[in-house]
Structure formats: structure tokens, C-alpha cells
Design a binder for this molecule. Sequence first.
Ligand code: BTN
Length: 241
Amino acid sequence: NKIYHFDELESTNEEAKRLAPDEDEGTVIISETQKSGRGRMGRDWTSPRGGIYMSVILKPTIPASHAYHLTLVAGIAVANAIRNLGINACIKWPNDILINNRKVCGILTEINAEIEKIDYIVLGMGINANVDTGMFSSELKEGSTSLKSELGKPVERVSFVQNLLYEFEQEYIKFKSKPFNDIVDEWISLSDTIGKEVSIMTPSKMVEGKAIGVTKNGALIVKKDDGEKEEIIAGRCIYTR
Ligand code: BTN
């Protein structure tokens, strides 16, 4: 597989989308820093040097409505790669990787599809590897951590990325060959969201209650205070207790 390595880009996801039509599945774009790294829901992703900013181009033959499954696949791979360093990482639904309740990685999945047929998917991962989260804005600082501060020393980024891509490939092969249920079970075992009181801002409304499970499609099942259950595909999740 091809790996493009840049010193500086606006955003690896943007570069990946530009390259995707002419590249094979599995092509990777990495940049040392991003001038306008993007997060979910229109937010910025602070991208100082020392971090890992990476996008993978995928061309799976799945219905477009299943594209968000890949976010769970990527979350499992990142959590496993971090666990391989001996750090206990968890997944917070849908796609944050946390260490001791602080965010160390975010995933941004972007899809280019025409009427249910996927042209390509760009899976962007931003990992606070050897960055000093103390330099982040006060809003981010509190909730963020880095591999360096968790390990007490810098992480070897090249071997970490190699291992992450290996973990991702294993998971992606499973995704293509096994029922999605298996991935969901694995995701649940790595997640700390089930059982928590949550408040979720979906694109259309706010849902509060207890996260009690994940559907076979990866939607979060929330039991609201009135006892009613709701399945949520996308949103921003906050642990309320
Ligand atoms: C989030 O909001 O949690 C998702 C953050 C995703 C950031 C990564 S960094 C590499 C890739 N390029 C971008 O512009 N964003 C993603």
C-alpha cells in the first residue's frame, strides 16, 4: 500500500479526498502537522507537531448507510494499538478514544457516495501522541491527554503507526468477512459507554438517559428516564455522572 507523508497539510482528510479517485483502497496520508485540521461537527482539530494526523482511503462495497460502521472498526484498531503500549484505552461512543476519561484520539469518517453506492470513504484519525496537551486551549486541555503524558516518555511514532495500521487491517478484514455483530461485540468489550448516564446531542434533539447497549448496526441504545428506549446513530455524547 502507498503511504504519502507530508510535513504540513491543511488537512489529511482533504488531501485524501483529493487523491481518492485515483488511489487504491488502503492508501494512507500522514502529515506532521495540519494548518486546518477538522474535527466532527464543524469543530477544529488542534494539530501541533508530535501528534499523528492520518487518513486512510477505503473503497468497501457496502451500502452507504453502513459507512459509519467503519468508525467503530477504526475505534477498535486505535484502542488496541494503544493497549499494545500497555495503556488502558477505552472507546467512548461513537468515536473518541479515552485514557482515564481523557480524550487521546478522535476519528472523522467522511463518505463520498452517490445514491447508496460508495465511491470512497476517508477515515481520519488524530492522535495526541507526543504533544503537550497543556498547550491546548483551556476548553480542550481539561479533557485531553496524550500518549506521551500517559507513558511518561515519548512514544515511538513510526512503530506505533505500523502497529495501528496492522490492527486496522486485521479489523477491516474481519469487517469484510464476518457478520457485523462480531465487530459490535468487540467494540462493546473495549467501550466504557455502556452502563453510563449520558446526554447526547443528536443533529435534531437532545437525548438523556442510560446507555444500555449497541444495536447490531452500532447505534447506541439509550433508556430514557421515562423508560422508553431510543436508538441513536450519530451525536455528541457526554457522560453526566
Ligand atoms: C473529532 O472531532 O473527534 C475527530 C477529529 C479527527 C481529526 C483527524 S486528524 C487527521 C484527519 N484530518 C482532519 O482534518 N481531521 C482528521
